[in-house]
Design a protein around this ligand. Sequence first.
Ligand code: AVI
Length: 324
Amino acid sequence: MDSNLENDGYLHDFKPSRERFYSDVLSGLQKPQKEIPSKYFYDEQGSKLFECICTLEEYYIPCIEASIMQTNISEMVELIGSRVLLVEYGCGACMKVRGLLDHLHDPVAYVPIDISREQLLRVTQDLSVSYPDLEVLPVCADYTSSFEIPVAKRKWDRMVVYFPGSTISNFDILSGKHFLKHIANICGQGGALLIGVDLKKDPAVLHSAYNDNRRVTAAFNLNLLQRINRELNCDFQVDMFEHYAFYNPRKGRVEMHLVSQREQSIYLDSTTINFAKGESIWTESSYKFTLNEFAQMATAAGFKVERVWTDDQQWFSVQYLVAA
Ligand code: AVI
């Protein structure tokens, strides 16, 4: 994909096209188990809803991850070392990285990567005010497809990729392994990945995390259909679908679906998609790992697990993996 530099010349833009969204939705809805890739949750409205999920009491991840980061920041910064090129995959509002940037020794540059161009431009400006000596090189891209890491003005000693929030959970196991392999290649020998990884726990905790009382997660899930209506001129009757999330212990993952409340059809251009009553669209998987399971995946991808930090209940982990 070509990089279209914005007018002011500093945004490296690899944003995926409407055609790609359309073909992913069409092919997903034509599968026997209908599905839509979870990366399409994050339009402007979806990103806002996700930020709201992150403030919910039931959704334990942000709070526990933040406390693991705070407690262990000195050790993390020591491992990362000085003159680092810090790259963040899916930076969102760039809130989490501030905790790192506040403590790193002489970082060379920060490369925030996100699919949401407007938010990326906004947060880049905010970061330049907060960290005037730091070179910020934003990249607008779907980080699961191809893009290039921009060249920093200064030479760096090590590239470290930051991938918090357990977004790795939203890949299926094989593509998660490929993704980690791709990161190992990008950061090169001696480079590292600082990653948040959600752990297996009581299914009741998982159930309420993905079925919150205020139904924010339900709104987040249903926004996917609203987005398809808005951007692809489709005619989903959103109130005829229901959010459904459950823990599948055999697969070790929470699955989110949108279940059709009646027999119905939708039209995507000239294609008709039929739904039986009770038929679902699978919209997200969120894998939960044991420390051992994740270590196996990381090792198979070419990483050595250097350090693992967890909370007292072992609900969540932050891991420092070094590219072998
Ligand atoms: C972004 N990702 C790690 C979240 C998760 O927990 O899998 C997305 C999410 N889906 C529903 N709630 C949060």
